[in-house]
Design a binder for this molecule. Structure first.
Ligand SMILES: Nc1nc2c(ncn2[C@@H]2O[C@H](COP(=O)(O)OP(=O)(O)O)[C@@H](O)[C@H]2O)c(=O)[nH]1
Ligand SMILES: [Mg+2]
Length: 263
């Protein structure tokens, strides 16, 4: 009897892992990604975290919204956010952060990753384990021993390497090699700290440069940041990349300098 009670207690999570998934035209990918998070729910519970999935549909023109509605009807822990107009990735990230801060509390975690099924949920386990060493943010990094990249074009790989070199020179964040990968876990406490410092300006970039901006502003808010290796499964992706290469590059170069200069 005592055994059973202990087991139940172990499985009772009093903390949440809130998973924010930015989605724009991800009809071919989002179902597989949600299924794979649902498969991980027990492992997360073993670590003390109840899984809450918050995909954000950014006014997709395909069937993404219908798919999210069907999942939400079936699973009580999937609670999509629907934008009435397209707000780009920065808008999606803002919705995720604001919803997380409003609905969660200290001790809870926010995981954010692409909705294109190239970032696998399983890596969140090693990320959570790493956070336990008093980190505020853990990044799933393409540039650590054991990391692998599958299916990314040589051009995109070179772009990412260029971004890594440029950001390291301009921003030089301790512990960070991968500034652009969207797969990260943040503590509630560091996002609260960042929000207190920057208010509604925590994420101002609407383009893909928003990921780098958030990281730098949280670093300036005192974040201790670590990375773990992960396997980027770009070969899982169905459909085109939504990254506008020209705009992202221009925005990234200019915003990094402005951030560094404190503007
Ligand atoms: N909220 C929002 N998310 C977007 C938009 N465009 C792309 N995304 C999401 O941003 C993430 C990164 O885009 P993705 O196509 O995967 O870029 P890539 O992995 O760099 O090729 C994915 O989860 C997309 O669904 C947008 O306009 N709004
Ligand atoms: Mg992607």
């Amino acid at each position: 009897m005592v055994e059973v009670v202990n087991n139940e207690e172990k499985l009772m999570a009093n903390k949440k892992i809130f998973v924010g998934l930015p989605c724009y035209n991800e009809e071919k990918n989002i179902g597989k990604l949600l299924d794979s998070w649902l498969d991980l729910a027990d492992d997360l519970l073993q670590r003390g975290y109840e899984l809450v999935l918050r995909p954000v549909d950014d006014k997709s023109s395909d069937k993404t919204k219908d798919i999210l509605e069907a999942y939400a009807n079936k699973y009580s822990n999937i609670k999509p956010i629907y934008h009435k107009e397209n707000k780009n990735l920065g808008g999606g990230l803002n919705s995720i952060i604001n919803t997380f801060l409003a609905n969660c509390q200290r001790g809870d975690l926010l995981a954010v990753m692409d909705g294109d099924y190239t970032h696998l949920p399983i890596f969140s386990l090693s990320m959570i384990d790493k956070l336990a060493y008093s980190y505020d943010i853990v990044i799933a990094s393409r540039y650590r021993k054991g990391s692998e990249i599958h299916g990314l074009s040589k051009f995109r790989e070179m772009m990412s390497i260029g971004a890594r070199i440029y950001y390291s020179l301009v921003l030089g964040i301790k512990g960070v090699r991968d500034y652009t990968c969207g797969y990260r876990i943040y503590t509630y406490e560091i996002l609260e700290e960042g929000k207190n410092k920057y208010k509604e300006n925590l994420v101002q970039n609407t383009s893909f440069a928003c990921m780098m901006e958030l990281l730098y502003k949280l670093y300036k808010s005192g974040a201790k940041i670590a990375e773990v290796p992960f396997v980027l499964k770009y070969d899982n992706k169905e459909g085109e990349s939504k990254m506008n290469v020209g705009k992202t590059s221009k925005d990234s170069i200019v915003s990094a300098i402005k951030l560094r200069l404190g503007k």
